[in-house]
Design a binder for this molecule. Sequence first.
Ligand SMILES: Nc1ncnc2c1ncn2[C@@H]1O[C@H](COP(=O)(O)OP(=O)(O)OP(=O)(O)O)[C@@H](O)[C@H]1O
Length: 822
Amino acid sequence: MVEYTNDDAKIFDHINNVLVGEFPSFGIAKESKFQQLMQRNQSYDASQQPLHASQSEMLNYNKYDTSLSVEAKAFQPSIAVGNQFSQQAPMPGILPPFANLDISGSSGGPTARPPMGSQPNPSAHEFIPRNMSAPVLNPHNGGFSIPEFIPNHPMARPNGPQAQTPSFIPTTQQPTSYLMQQTIATAPDAHMRPQHVQSSTSSPIVDYIPGAASLLSGNHMPSPVPGPALEPKLSASSSGFASPPSQNNSSTYYTADSSTSHTAGSHGGFTTPGTSSPYSRQTVDSLSTNHTTPDRSSPLLSRRLAGTHRGSPSLAQVSTGVGVNMSDAGMLQQPVAQENGGTTYFYTQKSNQQGMSVVMPPCHVFPGSPPSIEYMSLKANAPSFFMANELRQAIMHKHSLTMLTVDTEQDPSVPAEVDNYHSLFPLEYTPEAPLQKSGTFRYVTTCYKAIKYKDGLPYCVRRIHGFRQVNEKCMVLVDMWKKLQHSNVVQLREVFTSKAFGEHSLIFAHDYYAGAETLMARHFQNPNNNYASKTKWNGGTTRQNAGLLPESLIWTYVVQLTSALRCIHMAGLACRVLDPTKVIITDKSRLRINSVGILDVLAYDNSHANPRAHIQQYQQDDMVSLGKVVLALACNSMSALNPDTLQRSIELVVMNYSSDLKNLILYLLTPQQRPHNVNDIMPMIGARFYMQLDAAMMRADVIENELAKEVENGRLFRMLGKLGVINERPEFGMEPAWSETGDRYLLKLFRDHLFHQVTETGAPWVDLAHIVQCLNKLDAGVPEKVCLMSRDEQNVLVVSYAELKKAFSKCFNELLVNNTGV
Ligand SMILES: Nc1ncnc2c1ncn2[C@@H]1O[C@H](COP(=O)(O)OP(=O)(O)OP(=O)(O)O)[C@@H](O)[C@H]1O
């Protein structure tokens, strides 16, 4: 083992250069942080201070947790200690000077140098920008590992069983030291030297990173590190209900001396994205760093404290943070979820992937769209449903349609309720008289949206006017329809008779699809859609100019309709209503066969004992109906189905579409030697089926991506809700024990920091990205510190998000206890 001294700064220069070169976007941060470390180590070396008792104690942690690297302590960048604090009594969490460390593995032993010829391990670099820890030379393999040290790590305690105690139960007894304000020293350079307020307890100054305990320990320690599969439970816990017990009972307090020129963004070179989007492309890394407040923070604070302290060593000491290192013992520890009395704990499990160090994100955050969505390009002629804004508007439009009601007092034709349904809203215009019979049902029908009392959900209620006699036998078919579930069939829910409209009516309740329009309305009721003009098309213009639909769209419809028919026929039923008026479309091209089961009741043939006697015949009729729908679509006109023009219509298809489409239409419309079967259509659809599948899956991906954003929004909303519940409760008024002191005061100032900042001119500073970023940090409880200014601008509290999170959780839990009277 060769002796290593701090004079060998070349190695660190080399590392620094490599790191900065490799991660240009984080270059400033890494450089400043690493240089500070080097300066600090050199200063320590120069002072040759003996090890303090507490520092020796630190070395002994190695006895209890062999996974901890001794070297890590020397490079721990975020512990609030430095040579400028050397006059203060070091706390147990304060790291010893590099020169005094035993890197040989035996505590208290002499300082060692790495083996000669050892090279930096490039694999360690990638961890630097994430936890902003400096690499540590590993004397055993000559490589570098990311330092990791949590002095109050449960596994570092001598008593093993204690380590099993869940570490994130909020401790309400711990005093919060940021309340113990201390004025700054009067020395000329006092403003350069933030002073730590001594905690009322002897707890060390240690920041807490959620999940760090379990990640560090080889044992199974509960960890609030999120697991993707259990997001809902984690959201609840990470939003303040269960907070890790930060043992950092100390905070740094500064007076608001205008000469104190700490800029909010001067502590780590961290630059927030220049976008104000709530979904800015901010990586998880940026939230897991231990920088103090970012540049985006308070313009007021920036103005007041604007100065030259970027990278100031003294300020660097303020920032405390602990990275997450899983490289101990060369084990990859994988999070495993376990239910334990209603709480989901996340444990780590060792795998045998040697030498891997994994940094887990300490927080929930939307990481941005995956490349598959971001760079998704629309294919020519493909139905376009990929724009998020379009999707958002469509959803909101559907919501508003679902909420529409009619004033039944103004319009007595609509009853207040029909059997189990209320809030009826007509879906179609019904003239007073004469009432038109439905071309499909041969009865007068009226459709309403209605809300069912039992479940509060919207349904499409269709009234069949004047129908009173229902043959009981057909209820067999109704029951079969009620069980049929398919993505391209509007499900029948119930059938009943009612006198709510003043006469005997038969009511069919189907699922309601907000914003649905019929195929007829979408494609065949355009007054400019003139069939005669299409037949004049001479092949010189494009299909689109000739008023014809893209073939891909027709195949999209064919795939969906045949899929529905296949399911219906396989269930032993027949559709019987395959008509453009009974196919509804939602969004761009989503089809569903509507009104199923109605004709089975209205046109029930009771000449046979078996209600399914005619099903096969009806199924063949379905195939012919399908052929007619496809032909009408291909000619983009219902006139194409007239017997007189049928031949010309086929010619139009031959001239404009593929032979597969022509063959499909001819197959469906002409009698065959053996009965038509939906499965026979498959070869004609051929590889187009894959295109439809591809489009459907891409849409699913897009929508899941939208969902991913909303998940994060929901989490942030819950946090805002809790914050609002805590802040400035009127019943407590100015009660000292509530809003103006203690944890509540801290949260009040944090609320100002979030929402009430002003620009240099005093104008409100509105930046949603700032709010989102701060809330994410609060939720994660990152060790980064934030400067909170009192409203009179006389005091500044420097507090970590971890402490804020603890206060947040504690206050909300107190409210809950009061609320339930526990
Ligand atoms: N399940 C449903 N969900 C949402 N809207 C529906 C639903 N069923 C029908 N509608 C809407 O109700 C309106 C009337 O539907 P209906 O089936 O009566 O069509 P129609 O063209 O009037 O047919 P008909 O000539 O047979 O009366 C249509 O505009 C349709 O969009």
